[in-house]
Ligand binder design. Structure first.
Ligand code: SAM
Length: 238
């Protein structure tokens, strides 16, 4: 089996100028990202998402907002015969991802780019996965992501997303309004500090995917994490 690890640049000249919110809010915190991720128990979320995705041998998978490729590499561990691509605007995170994949001798393609313009031709992918990343993407970027996901997935292709958000168990209802933390921006404005991540809610994720044309869209699991509610959402491309 090939163990090629490569990093491609999918950005347009305009996208090279675009700002984004890195994994820990500040680029200089990147070296601590994986340690932090492990300490807060993100590994269990990646493992659950990979299990729910249930990728078959030979299937092509795109991890959107892959960062240092924690979910992408978990998918490859569970299904070594998958063809996995990670997408993230953060060149530093992609270099860390490449080092991890090289050390583990697993093949992966890492693409520098944004969730609102996915790499891949129409109907080229079997599965899109994403962990703890879409709350970093501004609202219109998430809408474009969902449309792009419909475009790049084959009919019957699936999406598995784990992110902050979830039904308000207090009974007050979520209402779909923006509860993102102070580090989050609306629109394409300048990202600020990270702040406590607050999801945009499973209701928003479900609606986002349903509005884009996905079928069978539902929250399949919910976890109360110490940083806030975590939702697992799945959907199928009709
Ligand atoms: C909290 S990290 C999650 C990384 C990885 N998925 C994980 O679970 O360890 C959020 C990631 O979203 C990426 N990100 C920020 N804006 C993005 C965008 N517009 N499109 C795609 N990814 C983005 C960040 O660079 C960062 O790597």
């Amino acid at each position: 089996m090939s163990t090629t690890v490569r990093i491609l640049d999918h950005r347009t000249p305009e996208e090279r100028e675009r700002e984004f919110l890195p994994g820990m809010g500040k680029p200089w915190l990147l070296p601590f990202y994986d340690l932090f991720s492990r300490r807060v128990g993100a590994r269990a979320l990646h493992e659950r998402a990979a299990a729910l995705a249930d990728v078959a041998p030979g299937q092509s998978v795109l991890d959107v907002g892959c960062g240092t490729a924690n979910l992408a590499l978990t998918v490859l561990r569970v299904q070594p015969a998958a063809r996995v691509t990670g997408l993230d605007p953060d060149a530093g995170a992609l270099r860390v991802a490449a080092r991890k994949a090289t050390r583990r001798r697993v093949p992966i393609t890492l693409v520098q780019g944004f969730a609102d313009r996915l790499p891949g031709g129409d109907g080229a992918l079997d599965h899109i996965v994403s962990a703890l990343a879409l709350h970093h993407v501004p609202e219109e970027g998430r809408v474009l992501f969902a449309r792009e996901a419909v475009r790049v997935l084959r009919p019957g292709g699936r999406v598995t997303i784990v992110d902050f958000g979830g039904t308000d168990r207090s009974g007050h209802g979520h209402g779909g309004h923006d509860r993102r933390g102070p580090g989050h921006r609306a629109g394409h404005g300048t990202p600020r500090g990270h702040g406590r991540p607050r999801g945009h809610g499973q209701a928003d994720l479900v609606r986002l995917l349903a509005d884009a044309g996905f079928t069978d869209v539902r929250e399949v699991e919910h976890v109360e994490h110490r940083f806030g509610p975590i939702t697992f959402v799945q959907a199928t491309r009709p």
